[in-house]
Design a protein around this ligand. Structure first.
Ligand SMILES: Nc1ncnc2c1ncn2[C@@H]1O[C@H](COP(=O)(O)OP(=O)(O)OP(=O)(O)O)[C@@H](O)[C@H]1O
Length: 318
């Protein structure tokens, strides 16, 4: 378990992390989300004792990180996959970590096998691809067989096979009862991996809730209905007191309605339906809805005026 209480970090005038209080629990994957610059890495660094909080407190299974004897046996982390001695082989890199943390040498071969690097164990890490480097970083996190694991952007730059592998690994670590805390900007991936979400914006806590509740609370859900007897259906729905929005595509959107109720009303009035589908927003839509106010670095979807005039009519025509 990781417990944060009023955790705060200032860099001069900048409040990078602002009074964060939440608990990361065992047995589930907890996703850590926030726009660029929200304070995720700073928070994770303070969890690992790499940055000192300006105020507040963070405890790993009830203890401060610097009070942990052989910390790799309590918490394993992947923060920056490139943060290793490139001149060492993968095996020697892990052996050094093991020896300095009282971990038996036999664990090195075990974790190399877990991450699929046995075949390149004697190769120097500086020749590794991004994906191999991520795997080696994860091997280091697993080395002490810790009950708590933390991954900062673990799927960055990975191919689909690597992404699938990390997702499966994180879920199986949580299923073993471990605490798994992971940050990512890849919403589609997070939606498949995390059970619980902690969302921050400009250093502040915006949400600490289950994945399902987060999406439900931060997005619109509705039922999309299509019928060749559209006008008749509209009348029936209005008579039943159901609020309907007409979408541009000719479909009807019923906010907060139940598909069963709409289907039964249509059947009672012998109205043919071509579509009756509940729509739930994606995690990405819910995330963008919640964090819109706290995004610091906006890109403009339209190019700047000087570019538009340089492109002339091409821009107007799209
Ligand atoms: N050492 C530092 N000195 C000064 N400011 C810092 C330092 N580290 C981080 N910051 C600032 O603190 C804020 C939070 O940064 P942080 O890297 O924690 O955000 P993040 O959520 O991890 O962002 P990203 O998603 O882009 O990685 C940013 O505004 C950043 O510029």
């Amino acid at each position: 378990m990781i417990e944060l209480a009023g955790l705060t970090k200032r860099y001069g005038e900048k409040v990078a992390v602002n009074d964060l209080t939440f608990t990361v629990r065992p047995g589930i994957v907890t996703g850590f989300l926030g726009p660029n610059g929200a304070g995720k890495s700073t928070t994770m660094r303070m969890m690992l004792g790499l940055d000192r909080p300006t105020a507040g407190d963070v405890r790993i299974d009830g203890k401060h990180y610097d009070r942990l004897k052989d910390p790799l046996k309590y918490i394993g982390a992947l923060l920056d996959a490139k943060a290793m001695h490139g001149g060492r082989s993968a095996y020697n890199h892990l052996l050094c970590l093991a020896q300095s943390n009282g971990i038996p040498r036999s664990r090195v071969a075990e974790v190399l096998d877990t991450v699929g690097l046995t075949g390149v164990a004697r190769k120097k890490a500086k020749g590794f691809s991004l994906g191999m480097g991520q795997r080696l970083g994860i091997a280091g996190a697993l080395l002490g067989d810790p009950r708590i694991l933390m991954f900062d952007e673990p799927v960055n730059g990975l191919d689909p096979e690597g992404i699938h592998w990390i997702r499966t690994l994180m879920k199986s670590l949580a299923a073993q009862g471990r605490t798994v805390f992971v940050s990512s900007h890849l919403m589609s991936e997070m939606a498949l991996t995390a059970d619980h979400l902690v969302v921050i914006g400009q250093g502040r806590l915006l949400a600490d809730t289950s994945m399902a509740e987060f999406i439900e609370q931060n997005s619109r859900s509705y039922v999309r209905v299509r019928s060749p007897q559209r006008e008749r259906l509209l009348d029936v729905l209005h008579e039943a007191g159901v609020t309907v929005v007409e979408s541009g595509s000719g479909a009807l959107e019923v906010d907060g309605g139940k598909a069963e109720h709409i289907g039964e009303l249509a059947a009672q009035h012998q109205i043919v339906l071509h579509e009756l589908s509940p729509q739930q927003a994606s995690l990405e839509e819910a995330f963008m809805g919640l964090t819109a106010e706290s995004v610091e670095y906006h890109a403009h979807s339209d190019p700047p005026a000087e570019l538009r005039s340089a492109w002339g009519g091409d821009w107007e025509r799209g």
